[in-house]
Structure formats: C-alpha cells, structure tokens
Design a binder for this molecule. Structure first.
Ligand SMILES: NC(=O)c1ccc[n+]([C@@H]2O[C@H](COP(=O)([O-])OP(=O)(O)OC[C@H]3O[C@@H](n4cnc5c(N)ncnc54)[C@H](OP(=O)(O)O)[C@@H]3O)[C@@H](O)[C@H]2O)c1
Length: 249
C-alpha cells in the first residue's frame, strides 16, 4: 500500500473542485479527479501539477460509483480523503441569466423534475458515493470527508429577515440544508472511528454554477474545503464553516 495520502474529489473537472484537486496535489497527495465525463477529467488533469489521475464518476450512477470504488480499492487499497464537491443548481445548459435561473427555482413555480434532479446529485449522490467509499475510508489511518456545502443552506441565515442574501428556492438551497444534515448524521454515526466529516462553504465564487456572477476566485473558494480535508486528529467533526469560521446551521 502506498504511503502518499489518496484523495478523491467529485466533480473535479472544473470550478472549485478542480482547484481543490490542484491544491491537494500541490501538497503532495495523490488526487483522483472525479469527472462524469472521463475525457473532461483527463483534460483537467493536464492542468494539475503533481500526481493527479482522472477517474470516471457520475455521482447519480450506481454502476459508475461501484466501478470507481473498485478501482480505488484495487489501485490504492484505501482512501484518505473524500471531497463530495459535485453539485448542480439546475439541469442542462439552459441559456438564461443567473437572475432568471433563481426566479425559476422559486418554491411557487419550481419544476418538480428539476428539484428531484438537483436532490439526486447534491444529496442522494453524496449518500451513494459516501456509502460506496466508506469501507476504503475506514482502511485509512485518518479518513476525512468534506461535503462542499453553502451558507445558503443555513436555515438560521435563510430565516433571518435582516439577511439580504436570502434566496427563496425549492431545489438548490434546500439540497444544501439536507447535505448539512447528512454531515451531522455521518459524523454522529462515525464518531467512534478515525473518520471526520465536515461541511465547507466556499463563498460566492465565480464558476459555471452561477454564470460566473460569483465575487470570489476559485482559489479563495477552495481554501476551506482543503483545510478541512487536511485537519489532524484534533480537528472537528460534524462542523459547518467557511474561511472566516463556523457557520450557523
Ligand atoms: N460557486 C459558488 O458560488 C458556490 C457557493 C457555495 C457552494 N458551492 C458549491 O461548490 C461546489 C462546486 O461548485 P462550482 O461552483 O465549482 O460549480 P461548477 O463549476 O458548475 O462545477 C460543478 C462540478 O460538478 C460536476 N457534476 C455535476 N453533476 C455531476 C454528477 N452527476 N456526477 C459527477 N459530477 C457532477 C460538474 O461536472 P460537469 O462539468 O460534467 O458538469 C462539475 O465538475 C458545489 O457543491 C456547489 O454547490 C458553490
């Protein structure tokens, strides 16, 4: 078994996930660059300095998840870090402004098919990938799971009338609330193991997810997830934070 730490980042062919992969590879880790389209993953790997390898992984496809887990078991025998980063705000490549997309996601009008698709990736995908990889994380001396969440998923912040960033949404926003609930649930179940599970918020980052309306760079957006991926035994489990510190649930 290799000594170098092995990390898997889902949805790492672009955006914040790609930057997380770059940062972990720069620290000497072997990074598996999860990409639902293997070719896009292979293109992304060429932009990463260090030991990065593309791995086909569609978080909504059980066959793809099982194949990825089997490959990691065969090639590495364990997994030290899982970053559940892959997510969608809506399906497809819909040519609309960021504002129009937010409007279409309001609870009064949102398409149920869209809401289901968003939950399939952002919530059920995380359960499926984590379940498949837990046996390999248990083999690691200090397994770490980082769920890339968002402060928009904070019920405390969404229900604060003083908060100008409240977003009425039936899909993406509740999917991040549910993801945070999963962070707590997995952390509780795994509290007597060596595995720590935390939620990281990247902040409003310029990526495809928001038509590049975000005000932070991917370098900034990746930092908290990378920090939580590399915490030692004294670090938290079942926490939710951004670069500035803890966030309310
Ligand atoms: N950008 C922000 O302001 C912001 C703020 C808070 C939280 N976040 C979170 O940060 C994470 C990364 O988002 P981003 O902003 O970097 O968005 P992005 O640029 O759109 O990247 C999303 C990634 O997820 C992948 N993906 C989508 N569905 C997938 C599936 N079924 N299986 C595997 N991969 C899939 C995409 O792959 P394809 O290229 O194949 O589509 C892409 O690699 C997400 O969890 C997001 O919710 C972002």
């Amino acid at each position: 078994m290799q000594n170098q730490l092995v990390a898997l980042v889902t949805g790492a062919n672009k955006g914040i996930g790609l930057q997380i992969a770059k940062d972990l590879a720069a620290r000497g880790l072997t990074v598996l660059v999860g990409s639902r389209d293997l070719e896009r993953g292979e293109v992304a790997v060429k932009t990463i300095a260090g030991d990065a390898r593309a791995i086909q992984l569609d978080v909504t496809n059980p066959v793809s998840i099982a194949a990825a887990a089997e490959r990691i078991r065969r090639e590495h025998g364990r997994l030290d870090i899982l970053v559940n980063n892959a997510a969608i705000a809506q399906t497809g490549t819909w040519d609309a402004s960021f504002e129009e997309k937010i409007k279409a996601g309001r609870p009064s009008v949102a398409s149920l098919a869209e809401v289901r698709a968003v939950f399939e990736t952002n919530v059920f995908g995380v359960i499926a990938v984590t379940q498949a990889l837990l046996p390999l994380l248990r083999e690691a001396p200090a397994g770490r799971i980082v769920n890339v969440s968002s402060s928009v998923g904070s019920l405390t912040l969404q229900s604060d009338p003083q908060n100008p960033h409240r977003i009425p949404s039936a899909g993406y926003v509740p999917s991040k609330t549910a993801l945070n609930a999963l962070t707590v649930a997995f952390a509780n179940e795994l509290e007597n193991t060596r595995i720590k599970v935390n939620s990281a918020c990247p902040g409003f980052t310029a990526t495809d997810l928001n038509n590049f309306n975000g005000t932070r760079s991917v370098q900034q957006g990746a930092r908290e997830a990378v920090r939580l991926a590399l915490i030692d035994a004294s670090g938290p489990s079942g926490s939710f934070s951004n670069e500035e510190g803890p966030l309310p649930w």
